[in-house]
Design a protein around this ligand. Structure first.
Ligand SMILES: [Zn+2]
Length: 305
């Protein structure tokens, strides 16, 4: 009998670094190789296809050091298999709703994330560690940033359910380190500005830029806390938001046409995962199975907007 080893990804994202020149020496970086990651999110099992760039200047301190897509870190902790949205949900169920580990597990399974009780305990440990990240006390982190000489901050707000807390994560794009994480009930730009000011004061190196999805409160917070620092919209997030209405229309059209073709007795032998049509300049592309998974049907990873 064939046993299923792991859940198949229902969502695929192809991510490429927005940046093409080396952050150290400014010379072009080469797209050297690709990596794959599978992440369990509330939206479904997600496959990330990652293009890794490297600098080939032998005189550069970043010679052949991997530069990963900026958007990768918005999905999950480095080397972690569960998305930030799952972590944020686990944290809320535990600390805001005082649910037990078995209750959290039942909730996650009900939302299509199959986990063992042991995994829930591990997720709670990761959540506690994440929120305990303190740049001021972490010598290793300070040494990493000092060696880099600068940071480029990425800020993401993860909100598993509308009306509840937002888990804000600020990370360094160059080294991939998490610098600060905080769960806030609001997304007021004043609260975000305070977080950014904390990071700026503690990191000990200049903030060379900020990357975000460009939502209004983040733009205002960056302008207040980091005046004059370039603020770039993450192409991946920006395009994902922009493509949502197109994606929905596309999905309904495909489901409709597939049902019609099946009704005519034509088998659809081609791949069920098809790319969304996007402009050629698009850095990231997204695919999703045509038929929504019964466990995740209609549920989306909501971002604070
Ligand atoms: Zn270089």
């Amino acid at each position: 009998m064939k046993t299923r080893k792991a859940a198949e990804p229902t969502i695929t994202h192809d991510l490429t670094p927005d940046r093409t020149d080396c952050p150290r020496c400014g010379q072009p970086m080469w797209a050297d190789y690709a990596n794959r990651r599978t992440i369990h999110t509330l939206a479904g099992v997600t496959r990330l296809n990652l293009t890794i760039r490297r600098c080939h200047n032998t005189d550069c301190a970043a010679y052949k050091k991997p530069y990963r897509p900026e958007a990768e870190g918005s999905f999950a902790l480095p080397r972690h298999e569960f998305g930030f949205d799952v972590l944020a949900l686990v944290g809320r169920l535990r600390y805001a709703e005082h649910r037990s580990v078995p209750e959290i597990r039942v909730h996650l399974v009900g939302r299509g994330v199959s986990v063992s009780p042991r995994t829930v305990t591990n997720l709670l440990d990761r959540y506690d560690e994440l929120l305990a990240t303190s740049l001021t006390d972490d010598r290793r982190l300070q040494a990493v940033l000092a060696a880099q000489g600068k940071v480029i901050l990425a800020i993401d707000g993860l909100q598993p359910d509308v009306g509840h807390e937002v888990l804000w994560v600020i990370r360094d794009v160059l080294g991939g380190e998490i610098l600060l994480a905080k769960s806030l009930l609001s997304a007021r730009n004043q609260d975000l500005a305070t977080l950014l000011e904390q990071v700026k004061a503690a990191c000990g190196v200049p903030v060379a830029g900020v990357i975000s999805d460009g939502q209004h409160s983040i733009r205002k917070a960056v302008a207040k806390a980091l005046p004059g620092v370039p603020h770039q919209l993450c192409q991946f997030h920006y395009l994902r938001e922009a493509a949502k209405p197109i994606y929905e229309a596309d999905r309904h059209a495909k489901v409709g046409s597939r049902r019609r073709s099946e009704g005519c007795g034509r088998s659809s032998g081609r791949s069920r995962a098809e790319p969304i049509r996007r402009p050629r300049w698009c850095a990231g592309t997204a695919r999703r199975s045509v038929a929504p998974s019964p466990t995740t049907g209609g549920r989306r990873w909501r971002r604070r907007g």
